[in-house]
Design a protein around this ligand. Sequence first.
Ligand SMILES: C[S@@+](CC[C@H](N)C(=O)[O-])C[C@H]1O[C@@H](n2cnc3c(N)ncnc32)[C@H](O)[C@@H]1O
Length: 269
Amino acid sequence: MPPETVDTTAAQAYEDHLVGPIFGPWAQRVVDLANPVPGETVLDVACGTGIGARLAGLRLAPGGHLVSIDNDAGMVAVAERTANIAGPTAGVTFEWHALPAEEPALADGSADLCLCMQGPQFVSDPPAAMAMIHRALKPGGRLAASMWSVISDNKGHYALARALESRGLAPAKKPFSLGDPQAARALITGAGFDIVSFETDELIASFASAEAFVDGVAAGAPATRHALAQLSPADRKDFIADVERLLAPYAQAEGIELPTRAHLVLARR
Ligand SMILES: C[S@@+](CC[C@H](N)C(=O)[O-])C[C@H]1O[C@@H](n2cnc3c(N)ncnc32)[C@H](O)[C@@H]1O
């Protein structure tokens, strides 16, 4: 699709409302775990709005190559323009492609590192995506990935799910579909990787209010925004009141502080 016809509304909302409080801090954890070094070739799979490339790019200077792919052309368009606004990273080359994770984006055996941050559970065919990543890596190359833990550990989304279910509406299941650590490990070892480290950690996501959280997710979250779209406009006020009540334990003077929990994995081909 030519760039001017790509709808970037949801992707820009993801970048504006969710990367700062939720996805950015987790991306930093994954990049720290991956420890990219100057000159490396890095593939970022399911790149979203490109937070992985922006963070890893800083570590690759003064040279290196970053290839970022996502099957949502809107995400890729926002990723490319946001990286350009952030300014070029000296000597690092960036490529952006609207491509599914299940298809090769690089020649076999050419990547030093693959990032897949909050991606493995979202892609259409997780085993095929992991197989693609395994093939793209050099022997000994590393995979650094993150996946949400179970939904009950992710308090904001848990409240949304409970408020949706109380109305007979289905919550989004995909974001938490690799919450079981055994399932997450099996996906990675099943593609032939050796797991170097696997940890489950918690970070706090801060929002100005429960309403700001609901609005941000409704505008930009890849799966949950579709679940929230089932709500009738007339029910919005009551829905937000329910979410506020469910999130009352996390209310602070300045807003809400929502625990989020995810698995962080470092593996080698
Ligand atoms: C929760 S976002 C994570 C984005 C980014 N890695 C981050 O940490 O901000 C999940 C991403 O997976 C992408 N995605 C879903 N299915 C995909 C597929 N089959 N191939 C590539 N990307 C896919 C979505 O478009 C979305 O950008």
